[in-house]
Design a protein. Structure first.
Length: 469
């Protein structure tokens, strides 16, 4: 398996990763009437908001405890308590998450104690769920922040089966689906369609396809999220037939959910390519007891045909990929399935999954590291987020924009990557990039015996005319 190369420099040049608080906020935004609050300076929150607005091109509800110089030194407990109370009074959300930043973590904030103190002092807000999560931005990435926040939300909002009287299969059509950060709103819509074809009802945890899908609403303004997983749905997860978990980063969240509910878990690493989607369909067949619908059989055959059509362009193609671990693993599986060679794999932080990814080496670093490795290995195509566009230009190779953030294209957040249909389109996109940016065409041959250039013929005619006169 992969040899992990750790960082060997004291700073990041052209950083790859987005921070843990951004991941935690993204997980929160997948719940209906929710509000993430970052415990840190106003600048930390503003920076995160810029990422979200440029990626989703939507108004994003996000609050800050507004730590200043005094509270950073003397303590900001009151900022947290007053911040929760202000949000509860003005916005009346169903869920508030308190996410720490590097400033709060360095200062030594105990946000879990702050939440308990808020509960004791304000019993009138007992109906509002408040979840505290440690997400320092000096470690981890958007992937780990997303996973940590989802784990704490499940821990806080899903009741134990014995206390709630829930049991697996009570809701004979419900399937819980834990989804990681890399699934777009378009992916979730496609996944819902696939699950429903097996006459099952999917409860996504969280569901950004309903809250960040770019849909116009009747409301002129809402201080909290519109759409997403209902907080009340969390109490029903113990009645589901099964839980499908997409992404190794959610292993802890899946473990907590199964311990609380007893609902059996089906874990799938990703949904890119033929093999991975076969695993999903096999799981849905086992859960539902139904046969594979004819439409899905046809989509699978279409993907196989696309693999035949594109293998001329993608076979032995040298590719560089820069992404967080789950997405890195997904793209490596997809392109290797097509016979491509991953010659540069760079990720943001070390997680257990990396050791299992089937490439020679994985570099934990930044986009500068990817550029150096890619140049050495004569890469032909780059896969990365919008931060990697300049890198691809310097390497003079095409780039497939994927991941977070995507700020230089419209609708990137809505693109469908998963399923047989999404994988098929991704192969077409990769093949078209190779065709349009190919620099290895056979040069045009000009025979030495061909017609002389027009300029020479013109000079010959002029001289001949002059000599006649």
């Amino acid at each position: 398996m992969a040899d992990i190369l750790k960082r060997n420099k004291a700073l990041s040049v052209n950083p790859l990763k987005a921070s843990q608080p951004i991941g935690g906020a993204l997980a929160t935004l997948g719940f209906n009437r929710s509000m993430p609050m970052l415990h840190g300076s106003q600048g930390c929150t503003a920076f995160a908001k810029v990422f979200f607005v440029r990626h989703f091109r939507e108004p994003i509800p996000l609050q800050s405890t507004a730590m200043d110089q005094a509270s950073s030194v003397l303590g900001a407990d009151e900022n947290v308590r007053q911040g929760i109370k202000a949000i509860a009074e003005k916005s009346k959300p169903a869920l508030i998450t308190i996410l720490t930043t590097g400033l709060a973590e360095t200062q030594g904030a105990d946000i879990h104690r702050n939440v308990r103190e808020f509960r004791e002092a304000n019993p009138e807000f007992a109906n509002i769920a408040v979840v505290a999560v440690n997400t320092p931005d000096f470690t981890g990435s958007v992937e780990t922040g997303f996973a940590a926040t989802l784990t704490e939300i499940i821990r806080a909002l899903v009741p134990d089966a014995k206390q709630a009287g829930t049991y697996p299969g009570k809701r004979h059509r419900q399937v819980n689906v834990l989804v990681n950060y890399m699934l777009t709103p378009g992916d979730l819509e496609a996944l819902r369609d696939i699950v429903e074809k097996f006459q099952l009802r999917a409860v996504f945890v969280p569901d950004i396809s309903d809250s960040l899908d770019g849909c116009l609403t009747a409301e002129d303004f809402s201080p909290v999220t519109i759409g997403g997983t209902l907080v009340s749905e969390m109490a029903t997860l113990g009645d589901a037939l099964a839980t499908i978990v997409i992404g190794p980063s959610l292993a802890k969240a899946a473990e907590v959910l199964e311990e609380k509910t007893g609902v059996p878990t089906y874990t799938i690493a990703h949904l890119y390519g033929l093999k991975a989607n076969d695993e999903l369909i096999s799981a849905l067949v086992a859960i539902s007891g139904k046969t594979v619908p004819e439409q899905i059989e046809r989509q699978r055959a279409q993907l196989q045909d696309a693999m035949l059509d594109t293998h001329f362009m993608l076979g032995q193609l040298r590719i560089a990929i820069a992404a967080d671990a789950d997405l890195l693993n997904a793209f490596i599986a997809l392109v290797q399935e097509m016979g491509s060679e991953v010659v540069a794999a760079v990720t943001s932080c070390n997680v257990p999954l990396l050791a299992k990814i089937p490439v020679d080496t994985i570099k934990i670093g930044d986009l500068e590291d990817m550029e150096h490795i890619a140049k050495t290995n004569k890469v032909q195509l780059v896969i990365g987020n919008s931060h990697a566009v300049d890198t691809a230009e310097r390497l003079a190779v095409p780039i497939l924009r994927a991941g977070f953030p995507l700020y230089d294209i419209i609708g990137g957040y809505q693109k469908t990557w998963i399923g047989y249909r999404g994988s098929r389109q991704t192969l077409f996109d990769l093949a078209n990039l190779v065709i349009n940016y190919s620099h290895e065409e056979i040069p045009v041959y000009h025979s030495i015996y061909g017609q002389k250039p027009e300029s020479e013929l013109t000079e010959f005619n002029v001289s001949k005319t002059q000599s006649c006169h």
